[in-house]
Design a protein around this ligand. Structure first.
Ligand code: AMP
Ligand code: MG
Length: 329
């Protein structure tokens, strides 16, 4: 059975479980994570098994501060220090060359390790009290909607023995920005709330988002990158199409232009508010008895009615929506 605990007793119980190599779910400011001792091979194996995550997909290691990083990496570069000074604790993940101490299972056998210091006080308290880094992939069955509340985690792992720390709704609501510092130039592997412009300013170089290779898409058309998906068929719709939604459709909208008889969740029109609420709206839509979910395409950011500073967060949101929505039904 899943169990949700809050307050100091939750941390004590979680630390006991971590010490026994058992996964626990914990809140971060991005999404809830499924935690295990990052240096315990068997504990990390249990995280992959519980999530049903392919072992080819590496995990992010969560630390309570820069002191904890030293033993995990071959070299802590000046770029890494600058980014940590600017954005940690926070939703930026740094990819660095790993040390021997990091088990291969954490990095999917690769030579690099992804590291982040989360800002949620309960995550920081947990890692500090445990005294060792912990892995923290999103606390959901692989491929399904990411969890932004303890209840989402409980729904994802219903019937399984998982301790969940109650930390409220996640503030950012989408996964961290991942920046790779191991190549010739820094490159963003996954967009998030922290933008390439913010990273570029701190590093003094122009940082780009890595584009997916055409050959990756050719290898498995239609399925490449499918992720964050509700169980119900989910479609991305233009604002003008929403009027056609019947009572059987659950609409997630920001404009409010929804037919009267459709069920709907309305999200804020600002990008940060939208990102914060998106996964919760997707969970509600998936739990409803509607047969399909329609998600209104986010506003075009070249439109003068919209705040240009929102553009990077809309981009990060679109990266999730493109993978959450089914190409056809
Ligand atoms: P999640 O844990 O679900 O937020 O996903 C973690 C993300 O970090 C995935 O997109 C991974 O591919 C990425 N990641 C983790 N470790 C590495 C690494 N060593 N190199 C590149 N990407 C990584
Ligand atoms: Mg995930």
């Amino acid at each position: 059975m899943t169990e949700i605990l809050e307050g100091p007793e939750a941390i004590v119980a979680a630390i006991a479980r971590l010490g026994l190599g058992q996964p626990i779910a914990f809140p971060t400011e991005t999404v809830y994570g499924l935690g295990a001792d990052a240096l315990d091979n068997d504990a990390v194996e249990r995280v992959f098994a519980l999530k049903g995550r392919p072992t080819t997909n590496p995990l992010i290691v969560h630390v309570a501060g820069c002191e904890m990083v030293d033993e995990l990496v071959e070299e802590w570069s000046s770029d890494a220090q600058k980014l940590a000074d600017a954005f940690w604790p926070g939703s930026l993940t740094l990819v660095l060359n790993k040390s021997e101490l990091v088990p291969d299972i954490v990095t999917a056998g690769g030579p690099t390790v992804a590291i982040r210091c989360p800002s949620h006080p309960m995550a920081l308290g947990l890692i500090e009290s445990y005294g060792k880094p912990i892995v923290g992939p999103s606390a959901n069955p692989s491929g399904w909607i990411s969890p932004t509340t303890a209840d989402h985690v409980a729904r994802g792992f219903a019937g399984q023995d998982v301790l969940i720390l109650e930390g409220g709704a996640c503030r950012a609501g989408i996964e961290s920005t991942v920046v790779d510092l191991t190549g010739d130039a820094p490159i963003v592997l996954r967009p998030g709330v922290i933008s390439t412009d913010q990273i570029s300013k701190v590093l003094g170089v122009d940082v780009q988002i890595k584009q997916h290779q055409d050959e990756d898409i050719a290898r498995s058309p239609g399925t490449t990158g499918a992720h964050y998906q509700p169980a119900k068929p989910t479609l991305l719709k233009e604002t003008a199409e929403l009027g056609a939604a019947g009572p059987d459709i659950y609409v997630i909208s920001w404009s409010g232009d929804v037919a009267d008889d459709a069920r709907s969740s309305s999200l804020p029109e600002d990008a940060a508010g939208y990102a914060r609420g998106l996964y919760n709206a997707m969970h509600e839509a998936d739990a409803s008895d509607a047969s399909q979910i329609w998600i209104e395409r986010p506003p075009k950011t070249d439109d003068e009615n919209h705040n240009q500073e929102d553009a990077p967060i809309w981009h990060a949101v679109m990266e999730r929506l493109n993978r959450a929505c089914h190409p056809t039904v």
